[in-house]
Design a protein around this ligand. Structure first.
Ligand SMILES: [Zn+2]
Length: 449
């Protein structure tokens, strides 16, 4: 088994260099900078919401749209392959006896069950990192370059992966040890305790990640001077958000995507804009995006999502509990697993957990998508930039399928689709015929020669 791990590591590295060699020709995927409002999206009594929406959708060429669809639909399959690959890895670790071997190492080092589990968890996280490397190199490095979304060469990308591993070792080893302490103490009710632990854990992650984790990967600093700063801070003041919590960060180090986010909880909450958003888009788009992010902040989506996700995860843990006991009764003796409190059975638990979470993605996506739609509505009212919002939605649609079917949207979308967002922005504009920014923004026809 050690030889297999070593071999896979070498293959993964080779694959990485191959990807780097092939990544030389990025595809022209971005929309040109600036806001040019289609004539059909001018405010006034003649505005037709559907025609205005179609005019925005036409900003993407058929080639750009095919590229975006291919990238996004490929992601559906990657979710499935990722889980299947993980299940195969778990089966390998258990049937080869490698997982049981890692548990025995822990037992040789210490008599204490919590320390044995922590040692197992540490070693297991390293092994999983190596075994999952081929799939993460393909998905997060090679494929991102193929679609012109990544900016890092292989070396810096891999250094970021190692940093993520370090964070997961520091955070997850004790968390897994705690989880097993709950399994030993609470018996058949362990999943209730674990659910409570998930809530506390998520609150801590949300509170501490912006302070301790995010700065490992990017530079965060106060928003740059200029017109954008004035407009964004004004929007923050108007919506009761402390202005020293508005920052920018250098996402262009890793990606070409535009984005912004709200991170933190209570004292650490902050609204962050990425530099691609600041460099590539117009003021109207930035204000529209910030209105959306401030919606997350004001509507307290962080805490609400933690509560919902805790419930979903606790349900998943209950299924894991039932399925684990059944699987252990059947194969436990043959695999030399000593019951549910044996850390060597962790790969089995994780395989079941990942299958359950995959089946629950329509639910989790819908929970998140609902919050995103609320933030959209808040942002349109707060920023009053419907054309900026429609334009930003079109930029995001260069790598998110623009117009999914209704079922496809429920299953796979954690944000409203580009079509929905543009349509809602145009609906808002129809109801606000005196909207000043929309009247003042440059027309697409005026920009053409
Ligand atoms: Zn959002």
């Amino acid at each position: 088994m050690h030889a297999i791990v070593r071999g896979l590591f070498v293959v993964a590295l080779l694959f990485g260099f191959l990807a780097q060699a092939q990544a030389a020709s990025p595809i022209a995927r971005d929309l040109p900078p600036g806001l040019n409002v289609p004539d059909a999206a001018r405010p006034g009594p003649a505005l037709d919401v559907d025609r205005a929406t179609e005019a925005y959708l036409a900003l993407l060429s058929p080639e750009q749209r095919a590229l975006s669809d291919a990238y996004f639909e490929g992601g559906y399959w990657l979710q499935l392959w990722g889980v299947l690959y993980g299940v195969v890895v778990a089966a390998l670790l258990l049937r080869s006896g490698f997982s049981q071997h890692l548990r025995d190492i822990g037992r040789r080092v210490s008599q204490r069950p919590w320390l044995q589990t922590m040692i197992y968890a540490f070693l297991w996280l390293v092994v999983m990192f190596v075994l999952l490397l081929p799939i993460s190199i393909y998905q997060e490095y090679f494929r991102e370059h193929q679609y012109g979304l990544a900016t890092q060469t292989f070396g810096p990308w891999f250094v970021d992966q190692l940093k993520e591993l370090m964070v997961s070792l520091i955070v997850m080893s004790p968390v897994i040890a705690l989880l097993y302490a709950a399994v030993r103490r609470a018996g058949t009710r362990w999943w209730v305790w674990a659910g409570g632990g998930v809530f506390v854990f998520l609150v801590f992650v949300l509170m501490l990640a912006p302070v301790f984790v995010d700065p490992l990967f990017n530079d965060y600093k106060p928003l740059r001077e200029g017109a954008v700063r004035g407009a964004v801070l004004s929007l923050a003041r108007a919506n009761q958000i402390p202005t020293d919590n508005v920052v920018e960060f250098d996402a262009s180090r890793q990606t070409t995507r535009i984005s912004a986010n709200v991170a933190g909880f209570m004292g650490t909450t902050r609204v962050a804009l990425n530099d691609n958003l600041l460099d590539k888009t117009s003021l109207a788009e930035i204000k529209a995006v910030m209105g959306h992010e401030m919606g997350h902040y004001v509507l307290n989506h962080g805490l609400r999502l933690i509560v919902y996700l805790t419930l979903v995860i606790t349900f998943a843990l209950w299924i894991v509990h039932r399925a684990m006991d059944a699987a252990l009764a059947r194969w436990g003796a043959r695999l030399k697993l000593e019951g549910r409190s044996d850390p060597a059975a962790l790969p089995l638990a994780l395989a079941i957990f990942s299958i359950v979470l995959l089946l629950l993605t329509p639910l989790t996506n819908s929970i998140v998508r609902q919050a995103e739609a609320e933030a959209d509505a808040f942002g349109l009212d707060a920023a009053g930039e419907p054309n900026g919002f429609a334009m930003a939605a079109m930029r995001l649609s260069t790598y998110r399928k623009l117009r999914p079917g209704p079922l496809e949207e429920i299953v796979f979308y954690d944000h409203p689709s580009g079509y929905d967002r543009v349509h809602r922005a145009m609906t808002w504009l129809k109801e606000h015929p005196d909207n000043v920014p929309a009247k003042d923004s440059p027309a697409a026809s005026a920009a053409k020669p």
